[in-house]
Structure formats: structure tokens, C-alpha cells
Design a protein around this ligand. Structure first.
Ligand code: NAD
Ligand code: UDP
Length: 351
């Protein structure tokens, strides 16, 4: 059973990936500082995967710690080697992800995302771990109206967050060139991951006030917020609201399994892949779908455009489809239904 290190494994996307990894018979080691997640997610992962006390303890291990701490990372790789179950590959999600916060606190973002990743790569190099799947983002692209972005589209992030992601991609590319031997690297450029695990036990629960559409929508639909503010009704799109490529978080998790299997079975490689559905939906379409499939009502109003927003960002995902033999299975209805199931379940848990 291969051991995979998942940094940021208790966060929104990481926790869903951990479920898929366990289901695919990997053994996992999770690192998380819990800066934006709860240890409860570990229990939910175990519950979904039916990991009772009878399962070998090393199917899933958790280390609370920070990727900025190089010693901490080295110790984890060393422990795995000592136990004769070295880490075969890393899925690297740990990092900070708020575009707005990155504008306010760029140094924090550079230190966590870039320096943290360099620490991780040094630890991997030290312990001869050659496989990495990195969580990159569609925010690295220069926006173009009404055209799908391919992996070769122009790059031009407009926030420090996006710049840190692009910088990490460049570091990984340099590394792949410097060690001609057998480094295997996939940058997965996520579009807009939303939704939740079908069980309702895992979902997106950011600490503090959310910035993204779905977590806000859930708070509005559940009555925590009075109404939804839609940022702009005058964008050059079919209904005047912005268009994004929303992808179900379990489809995204499954893309990671395919990416991992791909690199574990290939020779040296460096590749960037867009992970989206290729199907853009406007904010208004999301709102109407959410109301319809969940049979709920809430108010929304149009407010001025949000600083830094772009009208249209949708993936050309053909390279990912052909490389990974993966295909998104779930549509916007599923994303809305699963997210709402998670919200209702987690609300009853906390009230
Ligand atoms: P998240 O905040 O839910 O998960 C990130 C996890 O990393 C959290 O559990 C957090 O506690 C942990 N973490 C943060 N800094 C850390 C550090 N220094 N050391 C150890 N752990 C740390 O975010 P997510 O939505 O699951 O995103 C995961 C990754 O995917 C991030 O790298 C993010 O930039 C990237 N990404 C996310 C989206 C999105 O819309 N959610 C889109 C594109 C890319
Ligand atoms: N959005 C909105 N109201 C909100 C939050 C988001 O109208 O309260 C819009 C936002 O302008 C964007 C879309 O929803 O067009 C998706 O926003 P999100 O922050 O989730 O993703 P990103 O903009 O980073 O792609």
C-alpha cells in the first residue's frame, strides 16, 4: 500500500481527496496547521471510509504543523523512512487562498505559499520523494472574454495570491529541468471547486467571513445572512453577471487520483492541466439552480462590481481529459444539492 502525503489534507479540497485516496487503497499521511480547517474533518474522513479501530493505524495519520517549519517537514519524511514506509508522493494543497487577504498581506502569502513550498520540496529532495501533484489555480491566467482558456493561454495573475501560485509552478518547472532524472510533477489548475461529499459529512467551512459565492450562498439560504449581493449586473455576459467554471469537489478529488496514478506509472514528467468542466455558468444561473433544486427561497440584489473580478473564466479541459482519462461526472444540480445537504447537516451539528 503506497503512502501519500497530503499537505492541507483537512481543508475543503484536501479532505475530499483524502476520502478518495483511502477508497483507492492508498495509505495517507496528512499535514495541516488547522489555520483554515478543523480536526473534526479527520473524524468525518474516517467515518465516510468506515475506518474503525480495527483498521491498521497507518492507513491514515495526521500531523498538526506548519509547512513553514522545515524541521517539522523533515521529521515526517524521516519517520516514514524509519518505519520502512517512505512517502511515495505528495499532494500539496497547504496554503492560503484568499485573493482579498493576499492584497492586504502579500508577505504572509509569499511566506506561506512560496517559502512553505520550497521547504516541502527540500524535504522531498532530501528523502528522495519524486512525485508531486500541486494545487494551482485558474487565477494565474490573464482574463479573456468568452474564450476557453487552454494551458497555453496567456498568464497574468492580478493578485498576490495568483502570483504565488504561478511562482510555485515556475519553481517546479525549474526543478524538473535541473534534475533530468525522474521527477514527476503535475500542476492541476483548478477552476471553481464547489459542492460537498454526498454523505453531507464533509464540505466547505472556511474560518471567518467567507468571500466565495457558494459558502455565502449557503449562509443566505440558511438565513444566517439576510440576502446575497451579486457583484455587478452589467458585465458583458449573457445575463450581465459573471461566468465561472464550477466543478464538483468530488470530481476534483477524482482528478487527483487519476493524476497520482498517472505520475506513479510514468517516467519523468512536468505538466500543467486545467481542471474544470468546460461549461460556464453565470452567478444568476447558479442562484436560480440552487433555489430550484433545493426548493428554497432567498433574496438577492445587485451591487457594484467587486474589485479585481473578471467577467468570464472557463476551462478548456481537453488536455486533462485525454491525459488523465478522467471526466467530471457531476453537474451544477449535484453541486447545489450536495452543498446544501452538507450545510443542513453541519448546521444541525453546531446548533
Ligand atoms: P482550505 O483553506 O480549505 O485548505 C487548505 C488547508 O491548508 C487548510 O486546512 C489549512 O488549515 C491548511 N494550511 C494553510 N496554511 C498552512 C500551512 N502553512 N501549513 C500547513 N497547513 C496549512 O482551501 P481549499 O479550498 O481546500 O484549497 C486547497 C488548495 O487548493 C489551496 O492551495 C488553494 O490555493 C488551492 N485552490 C483552491 C481553489 C478554491 O476555489 N477552493 C481554487 C484554486 C486553487
Ligand atoms: N459573487 C457574487 N457575490 C458574492 C460572492 C461572489 O456575486 O457574494 C460572484 C463573483 O463576483 C464571481 C462569482 O460569484 O463572479 C464567483 O466568485 P468566487 O469568489 O466564488 O470565485 P472567483 O471570483 O474567485 O472565481
Amino acid at each position: 500500500m503506497k503512502k501519500i502525503l497530503v499537505t492541507g489534507g483537512l481543508g475543503f479540497i484536501g479532505s475530499h481527496i483524502c476520502v478518495s485516496l483511502i477508497e483507492q487503497n492508498y495509505s495517507i499521511c496528512i499535514i495541516d496547521s488547522l489555520i483554515n480547517s478543523e480536526e473534526d474533518n479527520l473524524l468525518s474522513i474516517k467515518k465516510i471510509c468506515n475506518l474503525s479501530n480495527n483498521f491498521p493505524k497507518d492507513r491514515i495519520t495526521f500531523f498538526k504543523g506548519d509547512i513553514k517549519d522545515k524541521r517539522f517537514l523533515m521529521n515526517i519524511f524521516e519517520k516514514a523512512v524509519d518505519e520502512q514506509k517512505p512517502i511515495e508522493a505528495v499532494i500539496h494543497l497547504a496554503g492560503l487562498k484568499s485573493v482579498n487577504e493576499s492584497i492586504e498581506e502579500p508577505l504572509t502569502y509569499w511566506e506561506t505559499n512560496v517559502v512553505g513550498t520550497i521547504n516541502l520540496l527540500e524535504a522531498m529532495q532530501n528523502y528522495n520523494c519524486k512525485n508531486i501533484v500541486f494545487s494551482s489555480s485558474a487565477t494565474i491566467y490573464k482574463p479573456i472574454l468568452n474564450e476557453l482558456v487552454t494551458e497555453n493561454s496567456d498568464l497574468g495573475p492580478i493578485s498576490p495570491y495568483g502570483t504565488t501560485k504561478l511562482t510555485i509552478e515556475k519553481i517546479l518547472e525549474d526543478l524538473s529541468k535541473s534534475q533530468q532524472n525522474d521527477l514527476k510533477i503535475i500542476n492541476l489548475r483548478y477552476f471553481n471547486p464547489v459542492g460537498a461529499h454526498f454523505s453531507g459529512l464533509l464540505g466547505e467551512n472556511p474560518k471567518g467571513r467567507p468571500n466565495n459565492l457558494f459558502p455565502i450562498l449557503l449562509k443566505v439560504a440558511s438565513g444566517e445572512y439576510e440576502k446575497l449581493s451579486i457583484f455587478g449586473a452589467d458585465w458583458p455576459t449573457r445575463d450581465g453577471t459573471c461566468i465561472r467554471d464550477y466543478i464538483h469537489v468530488m470530481d476534483l478529488a477524482e482528478a487527483h487520483i487519476s493524476a497520482l496514478n498517472f505520475i506513479l506509472n510514468s517516467s519523468s514528467i512536468f505538466i500543467n492541466l486545467n481542471i474544470g468542466t468546460g461549461n460556464g455558468k453565470s452567478v444568476l444561473e447558479v442562484v436560480e439552480t440552487f433555489k430550484k433544486v433545493n426548493k428554497c427561497q432567498f433574496e438577492y440584489s445587485y451591487v457594484s462590481r467587486r474589485n479585481g473580478d473578471i467577467p468570464y473564466l472557463v476551462a478548456d479541459n481537453r488536455l486533462a481529459l485525454s491525459t488523465l482519462h478522467w471526466r467530471p461526472q457531476r453537474n451544477l444540480n449535484d453541486m447545489c444539492i450536495d452543498a446544501w445537504r452538507w450545510k443542513i447537516r453541519s448546521k444541525s451539528k453546531f446548533t
